[in-house]
Write a protein that binds this ligand. Structure first.
Ligand SMILES: [Zn+2]
Length: 389
């Protein structure tokens, strides 16, 4: 697979009708309706609030691959990447690969598993339940659908597509974990069987392909066993499951650049499966992926005098969706004070001429100005960022 050529052509097949994180179920339907006949689109089920959840089948090969996105309604990157994939599969430029992929694999795609959550830009579904903790009880129709589909399709591979907090960083780098991968564990002992090993090897392939484009910005997601989660249970049921998480990327709050690398991760995984190149990988290609940790702030003011002490201030925001689910409000909070060397940030402010006006309260909403002379560099009122230079 010639990655530079794919990246160069990416603007030609990006699904431009999805251009921020806040698209809804009704935005997806006309795009799905337009798909050509090689995409077999059927209604697989309905959400709690009766929004249709569609399954798209593409290809006719023996290796079945199941991909699903947005179990969490506010995690839209995977869905954008899947719609880019639909357009990629229709693009003549890549015929040579897509024909082989169709002959060797059958893709089953379930985008936006949680349309009711997406409507509100909320993690949970309309019953206020986290679908990815509902595997065992299956109180939610969306969870039941996903579970039944896997049992019916018996895919060899699964792609579980999510977004993670932008506050995950890659250990010892100070960089955001822009992407994280994981082959979820299937039991408490975090054992490795053939199913999980295959997922690990595909991830090793993906990591090798993507790391030149996001150096030091890809991490391994926490692999603690979660008995109620889908990835862990699908792995146990014999589907080699690959978790991909979109985190944060500097200067890309709407994740429009990150979606490209997310798409590329999926494509690279499909290529690995189609060519079976993963069989040539070793497990060290998986275990060498640096772990995620939390050593990054959204904003970091370094070496500033506060109450006659020279210290650093780490500030993070939390996003709250607006009522219409079409934007978020960011509340900034002072997260840490003191020696923050070793920590990274999306944006760092450091200048011997900087002064602070207002009070700095730990764990409280930011309410101060950062100034240089009379010029305002940063200004917060009750947690809301008023201005930023
Ligand atoms: Zn998620």
């Amino acid at each position: 697979m010639h990655i530079p050529a794919i990246l160069e052509a990416y603007p030609k097949f990006i699904e431009t009708r999805l251009h921020n994180r806040f698209f809804k179920h009704h935005h997806l339907q006309p795009i799905l309706d337009e798909l050509p006949s090689e995409f077999e689109c059927t209604i697989a089920g309905n959400s709690f609030e009766h929004r249709t959840i569609k399954l798209i089948k593409w290809g006719y090969g023996p290796v079945k691959v199941f991909l699903w996105s947005q179990m969490h309604g506010d995690e839209a990157t995977g869905t954008m990447a899947l719609f880019d994939l639909f357009r990629f599969l229709q693009n003549d430029l890549f015929n040579e690969f897509t024909q082989k992929l169709a002959a060797d694999c059958t893709l089953y795609v379930l985008p936006m598993v949680n349309p009711d959550g997406a409507e509100r830009f909320n993690r949970r579904n309309a019953q206020k339940i986290d679908l990815n903790r509902d595997f065992k009880q299956t109180l939610c129709p969306e969870a039941l659908l996903l579970k039944q589909l896997r049992s019916r399709l018996t895919p060899e591979f699964g792609f579980n597509l999510h977004d993670q907090s932008s506050l995950w960083s890659v250990k010892k780098t100070g960089n955001p974990a822009s992407l994280s991968y994981l082959a979820p564990a299937f039991d408490e002992s975090l054992g490795i069987n053939k199913t999980r090993e295959k997922a690990m090897l595909v991830i090793a392939d993906i990591f090798k392909t993507l790391t030149p484009y996001l150096p030091g910005q890809i991490g391994l997601f926490d692999d603690e066993y979660e008995a109620r989660a889908f990835g862990d249970n699908f792995q146990q049921a014999g589907t080699s499951t690959i978790l991909i998480e979109a985190g944060g990327l500097r200067d890309d709050p709407e994740k429009q650049l990150l979606r490209k690398y997310f798409f590329l991760s999926i494509l690279s995984g499909l290529h690995s499966i189609q060519t079976k190149s993963y069989t040539a990988q070793g497990l060290q290609g998986y275990s060498c992926i640096p772990k995620n940790n939390k050593e990054i702030f959204h904003l970091l003011i370094r070496n500033i005098v506060v109450d006659q002490l020279l210290l650093s201030i780490g500030i993070n925001y939390e996003e709250t969706p607006e009522k219409d689910g079409c934007s978020t409000l960011k509340y900034y909070c002072v997260q840490d004070l003191g020696d923050l060397s070793g920590w990274g940030a999306y944006q760092t402010y450091e200048d011997p001429g900087y002064t602070l006006e207002g009070t700095i309260e730990l764990y409280e909403k930011a309410n101060f100005d950062l100034k240089k002379g009379e010029k305002i560099i940063l200004s917060f009122r009750k947690g809301i960022l008023q201005s930023k230079l």
